[in-house]
Design a protein around this ligand. Sequence first.
Ligand code: NAD
Length: 257
Amino acid sequence: MGLSGKTAIITGSNSGIGLGVARELAKAGADVVLNSFTDRDEDHALAAEIAAETGTSARYIKADMSKGAECRALIEQAGACDILVNNAGIQHVAPIDQFPVDKWDAIIAINMNSAFHTTAAALPMMRKAGWGRIVNIASAHGLTASPYKAAYVSAKHGVVGMTKTVALETAQEPITCNAICPGYVLTPLVEAQIPDTMKEYDMSREDVIKNVMLERQPSKEFATVEQLGGTTVFLCSDAAAQITGTTISVDGGWTAL
Ligand code: NAD
């Protein structure tokens, strides 16, 4: 298979998009390293399940992406990193003058700074191996803004900027760096926003999904974790060798508006 012999590290991958991306990379033959900040039996069971389904090797390594040293240790502990998917992310919604400082710091650390640390640790391994792919899971909010999401929008715009910079620094090497910008995907991160939004707008779940969440997504459909996994596999393919320093939107037309 296309990615056999490659090791892929996906940060924040015991849930949602990261897990979907890990599954698709494993289906394409990559040995995957799952990650989150917990160390539960079910985290390791997810890796065992992927290994059993795909016949590839899959491991789970605990590391807290809010801490620079742990980001770097994740890469070192994995021992190899041909494909790095920076995916770990959290959200908090509040007006900027009421934005809790600890939430701001955590979002900037997990959603943006972690990609700096993992990339810095992974690049020497990619250079030694003579091949590398960095895929940053940014967001439509890396290209456009929404009110009350100052930290998230700032972090995701930062990730898009970092993506371009890393692409320029590796442009003459067999390494690419790109960002995927999803619109709304129905994952636990989004699911958690539904009850508050129902209360805020006094709306049913269906109305929140259609009239609030998917209001800016012209397709009126959520993107899926499989589609994001497929886009990542494409960026790791030979066909994508000259695609670097750019963003690919998987947002049902959101950023075309
Ligand atoms: P999710 O909550 O399902 O997954 C987030 C993952 O990050 C989980 O595995 C979680 O354990 C992990 N994580 C959180 N804090 C961590 C930490 N300190 N250290 C290590 N791991 C940590 O959410 P998701 O929707 O799958 O989000 C994944 C990424 O996709 C995020 O970067 C998010 O911003 C981005 N994104 C999501 C959407 C969407 O609509 N769901 C849209 C655009 C971008």
